[in-house]
Design a protein around this ligand. Structure first.
Ligand SMILES: Cc1cc2nc3c(=O)[nH]c(=O)nc-3n(C[C@H](O)[C@H](O)[C@H](O)COP(=O)(O)OP(=O)(O)OC[C@H]3O[C@@H](n4cnc5c(N)ncnc54)[C@H](O)[C@@H]3O)c2cc1C
Length: 570
């Protein structure tokens, strides 16, 4: 009998466990398996195999039951995720259904999730910018949150490492506030975008308009071909999953790469309940999982654990990992677990029209667009709010199709739309300040369908965010006017926190274990064999799209963890 027990433990024991298979978990799996670790990836959702599990990827809009739209009933059943711009008939299967995954909104928070192998890497808009030293300096310089324990020099080689593998298109712009990376050739401008960029360069010293940097393969390198990925086809229906692997997703890239090592075990339908802490050993020994199909609780064991469940779920897992030693959540001696949550604010935008370049139009599609790096409070404090915003920009030729008539006449008029002027658009990408009053906690009474306490959100905008929205509107109005754009309309959509998806914090990095959860290696100060490398670890948010930084932090932490395992018997 005893032997059976030992065999059973052996069968569920690995070198490493990774919780979550999205962008950061996929990177943890790749790095750890490549370094020879038998790695178990636990994913709460179903499996999504590259290519074969992208059911809508080859469909034309007219081949879908609702022509790409979602019926009112589905929208009404999903009041939260239904607000996400990317949720439609071709992509709905990669989003969670609201009713199946309840959470508590002490204050309104639109929590957008993708629970499946690959996580939100199948849904993301693939924008990838590096942080600069100015971003890491933010909290200490401006006196909020805590000081970052790392700087640009610590992460720069890891940005290069992940960029080369993922494939990032971009232009070397030579900007101090947005360091260049290992870029594949950039996407092309259209004439109005180029014109706007030139106008801004002539008028402002510090407001460059650059081509976006994005995780698309514009010129495959041997490393991409080895992954079985090909050049991006500019289909612009990325959210359905890309059969060419033209953009980076865990499903197309890191997970199959990890599987090829022979060291990966991927277990879908495995909802991690908590991390097991062994007081005698003074470390975590494994995780408790609820099998989503059988509802059975199973334990898995490993020497190191990477928590990559996406920021808020990572908070939930740690808060739910209680023991005599850690009654308030794993590693939470400081009491900061769940606190200092921050997010991105995309509330504001501006649109207008331009009546130049009427002899030109665009051809084809482009899965990317121009980007205006942050220009407020970068080098010094210059406004009555802290931090700043980046902005997206795009210009498109407006067209009208005449839908009258039948048969050949209708086809001809649809194929030959009447061209109008150009529309120009921008949206704000603002930084929010992590505050102790923006937090998540476990609800004392309510449980999810797996018997796990529901997470409770108490997260809101503040005065700083409102001032930033106003400044974005004023500055963009000035910039659009200077470029000769007309009929300008600014907006503040006043949407709830969360809908802009980039959730961060709660398990922040910091130098001092009394005020932070993680050290400079993304390792829990008080439970050294547990690493957190998703958005939960972010001390502050800056304005860049965050996922590239999670990838780099993950690869960096994995490298350290494997070296430490040998040295410190982790
Ligand atoms: C429409 C959209 C557009 C976006 N655009 C961009 C962009 O342009 N640039 C950018 O940088 N980011 C963008 N993002 C955000 C980006 O997708 C996330 O930052 C990124 O996926 C986070 O990686 P992650 O590994 O932390 O989480 P995810 O990719 O969400 O993966 C987390 C995984 O953990 C699993 N999981 C959760 N809880 C548990 C549990 N208890 N047990 C087991 N498994 C669990 C989930 O099912 C999921 O598969 C976008 C997101 C969306 C939805």
């Amino acid at each position: 009998m005893a032997n059976f027990a030992i065999d059973a433990v052996k069968a569920t024991t690995y070198d490493a466990i990774v919780i979550g298979s999205g962008i950061s978990g996929g990177w943890a799996a790749k790095e750890l398996t490549e370094k020879g670790l038998r790695t178990l990836v636990l994913e709460r959702g179903r499996d999504v195999k590259h290519v074969v599990d992208y059911p809508t990827t080859m469909l034309n809009t007219w081949e879908m039951e609702h022509r790409g739209q979602l019926p009112l009933g589905i929208r009404q059943e999903n009041p939260i995720v239904g607000k996400c711009y990317a949720f439609h008939e071709a992509s709905a299967h990669f989003f969670v259904k609201d009713a199946e995954h309840p959470y508590v909104q002490e204050k309104p928070f639109d929590w957008i999730r993708g629970y499946q192998v690959g996580g939100k890497s199948l849904l993301w808009a693939r924008q990838t910018q590096r942080w600069s030293q100015f971003d890491f300096d933010g909290p200490a310089r401006d006196g909020f949150a805590v000081e970052w324990p790392i700087g640009y020099a610590d992460i720069a080689p890891w940005y290069s490492h992940v960029e080369k593998f993922a494939g990032i298109t971009g232009n070397k712009d030579g900007l101090a506030q947005l360091p260049d990376g290992e870029f594949l050739p950039p996407h092309e401008w259209n004439c109005v975008e180029k014109y706007f960029s030139q106008q801004m360069a002539a008028k402002y010293k510090d407001r460059p308009v650059i081509m976006g940097r994005a995780a698309h393969i514009t010129q495959p390198q041997p490393i991409h071909l080895q992954q079985g990925r090909a050049k991006c086809q500019h289909r612009n229906i990325c959210v359905r999953g890309c059969p060419f692997g033209g953009y980076f997703s865990s499903n197309a890239s890191t997970l199959p790469w990890a599987a090829k090592t022979g060291k990966l075990t991927l277990r879908p339908h495995s909802v991690v309940h908590s991390i097991i802490y062994d007081e005698k050993k003074g470390k975590a020994t494994g995780v408790r999982v609820i099998d989503a199909n059988t509802k059975e609780m199973i334990e898995f064991y490993a020497r190191i654990i990477f928590v990559n469940a996406a920021a808020m779920n990572t908070n939930l897992v740690l808060l739910n990992s209680t023991s005599n030693r850690f009654p308030n959540g794993l590693g939470n001696d400081s009491g900061v677990l769940g606190k200092y949550v921050a997010f991105h604010n995309y509330r504001a935008g501006i649109s207008g029209e331009y009546d130049g370049f009427l002899d030109s139009t665009t051809e084809g599609r482009r899965p990317n667009g121009p980007y205006i790096p942050r220009f407020r409070n970068v080098f010094k404090q210059e406004t009555d709010f802290l931090r700043g915003y980046a902005a997206g920009f795009s210009a498109n030729r407006m067209s009208r199709t005449n839908q009258d008539g039948f048969g050949v006449d209708l086809k001809n008029s649809l194929a030959n739309p009447t061209l109008g002027g150009w529309s120009v658009n921008s949206h704000m990408m603002g930084e929010t300040i992590p505050k102790v009053t923006n937090f998540v906690a476990l609800d004392k009474d309510l449980k999810d369908p797996f018997g796990i306490p529901q997470i409770r959100f108490s997260v809101a905008y503040d005065d700083n965010d409102d001032k930033m929205v106003k400044d974005y509107q004023e500055q963009m109005m000035e910039m659009f006017t200077a470029a000769g754009f007309k009929n300008l309309r600014v907006r503040d959509e006043n949407r709830n926190p969360g809908i802009d998806i980039h959730e961060m914090g709660g398990v922040r990095m910091g130098k001092d274990p009394k005020t932070s959860m993680l050290n400079k290696w993304s390792q829990l100060h008080h439970c050294k064999n547990v690493f957190v490398t998703d958005g939960a670890s972010m001390t502050s948010t800056s304005t860049q799209n965050p996922s590239l930084t999670y990838m780099a932090l993950t690869a960096r932490a994995a490298d350290y963890a494997v070296k430490e395992m040998k040295k410190m018997n982790l």
